[in-house]
Design a protein around this ligand. Structure first.
Ligand code: NAD
Ligand code: HSO
Ligand code: ZN
Length: 433
């Protein structure tokens, strides 16, 4: 972790490189993914199976793509009761939180002679992508809950899940148990761009969905961005990020632990410390070196720390808020004396974690808010995965004859200025009646 005094020329140069905008993909990857999408669109199930057999476990057939009831029963029999209990707490809290997000339909008759409103309706079908997790060794159980729960709370009737098979062709039993708990209706043992294509375009076996959510690797992310428009997507999610704002009250060892909690996700993950005390940065750096050596995903975390872990020592907490707002981090931890007095200064972040006992993993697993969050500065304009991703607002309009007559001239004038005489005629035709 490199420590910078901010402001300084070196710090500003480094900071600028961190807030440079733009999500970019390599042309070579975009071409490869486009080819996969076209292939699945044209050849359906067979293309999905062929790609799956080429890249993942072999031996998949069209008939074996879908997880059967027997496979589900076998998986449930392997679930540790303590794990089940933890998952149930997570599910309960995530469901409670997302239930509060539900918007209400509304109708108004305030303007005489009109009935106007907005009717909220869920999409018919949604697809949740669950990453393979290093060939199944790190099953992202929490991502099943985070993707599936808001869809079900929104009222989506058909929620499907896709995830790459492990080397033996199966799905990790804990992912299946999480899918059962979440109420997922269909599960397919397929991943990557071909799974996204199957969900977007539909195949004989996998009926198309309307919205696709969930994180994945670069091929999944490119595929989602290419099918956006054909279907709704939640976001283009990049590598994990955490920014910790720490004052004199923060514990450097906890800071180091929190920075590493995101660094272990991805070699490209970024972990940033902004502190008012140089000593805190120095001690956090020392703790980081000790802690990283003990991690199970040490190589990933080390690569991330090497490339994307920095500390800025600032004059006061106002400067810290300015830096954080410019970055709009996915996760923002406020390890300051009075986080409740401080948080109103924050304008942009995916999620804010307030105080010593709310480290980022609390939000990854049990608190309730969604852990699929905007990255790469997109928190400036977008939000966590939520029930709105699965809902549409249908406008409702009704005019009485009197109100129609009273406003007709204005409609005709506006239509004629736009050169749209058929629009004007549609109004004039009724004026005569
Ligand atoms: N932002 C978030 O909320 C969040 C959360 C969890 C994970 N993630 C990210 O999701 C990703 C998960 O990756 P993963 O590997 O665990 O699972 P994944 O399912 O996203 O990727 C594995 C799939 O990609 C396929 N693949 C491999 N090489 C390919 C190629 N050349 N062309 C096409 N497909 C190919 C594999 O065959 C497999 O099907 C990581 O980058 C992680 O950082 C993000
Ligand atoms: N922190 C990740 C999102 O950036 C989500 C996750 C899943 N499991 C653990 N963490
Ligand atoms: Zn995490």
């Amino acid at each position: 972790m490199k420590i910078y005094q901010y402001p300084s020329q070196a710090a500003e140069k480094r900071f600028k490189s961190m807030v440079d905008r733009g999500v970019s993909f390599r042309v070579k990857d975009v071409k490869a993914v486009s080819k996969i999408l076209e292939d699945v669109r044209k050849n359906g199930d067979q293309a999905v199976v062929d790609y799956s057999n080429r890249f993942d476990a072999g031996g998949m057939t069209v008939e074996s793509m879908r997880v059967t009831d027997q496979e589900m029963q076998d998986a449930l029999a392997q679930v540790d009761p303590e794990f089940q209990k933890a998952m149930e707490r997570s599910h309960r809290n995530v469901a409670d939180f997302h239930r509060r997000q539900l918007p209400k339909s509304w109708i108004t008759t305030d303007r005489p002679g009109t009935v106007l409103g907005q009717m909220i309706r869920p999409v018919d079908a949604a697809g949740v992508y669950v990453p393979g997790g290093q060939g199944g060794s790190t099953p992202l159980v929490s991502s099943v809950i985070m993707g599936g729960v808001p869809a079900k709370i929104a009222g989506v009737e058909r929620v499907i899940m896709v995830t790459p098979p492990r080397a033996d062709g199966t799905v990790h039993p804990y992912l299946l148990a999480a899918a059962r708990l979440t109420g997922i209706d269909e599960i397919y043992k397929i991943g990557s761009a071909w799974a996204v294509a199957a969900m977007a375009f539909g195949t004989e076996t996998i009926k198309a969905v309307d919205v696709i959510v969930g994180p994945g690797n670069i091929y999944v992310t490119i595929a989602k961005s290419l099918v956006a428009g054909t279907v709704g997507i939640d976001m283009i999610a990049g590598p994990s990020e955490v920014l910790v704002i720490a004052d004199h009250t923060a514990d450097p060892d906890c800071i180091a632990a929190d920075l590493l909690s995101q660094a272990e996700h991805d070699p490209m993950a970024s972990s940033i410390l902004v502190t008012t005390k140089r000593k805190i940065a120095l001690n956090a750096k020392k703790a980081l070196a000790e802690r990283v050596a003990k991690l199970s995903r040490r190589e990933i975390a080390e690569a991330s720390v090497q490339k994307n872990c920095v500390a800025f020592v600032v004059e006061d907490l106002d400067v810290a808020a300015d830096l954080s707002n410019a970055i709009a981090p996915e996760h923002l931890e406020l390890l300051v004396e009075d986080p409740f007095a401080y948080f109103p200064k924050i304008k942009h972040a995916g999620a804010m974690f307030l105080g010593q006992y709310t480290p980022e993993p609390v939000g990854d697993y049990v608190a309730g808010p969604n852990h699929v969050l905007p990255t790469q500065g997109t928190g400036r304009f977008s939000s966590a995965l939520n029930v709105d991703n699965f809902l549409k607002k249908i406008s409702l309009l009704h005019y009485s004859k009197e109100t129609f007559d009273a406003e007709a001239e204005d409609i005709i004038r506006l239509a004629e200025v736009e050169g749209l005489t058929a629009h004007a005629e549609s109004v004039k035709a009724r004026l005569k009646k």
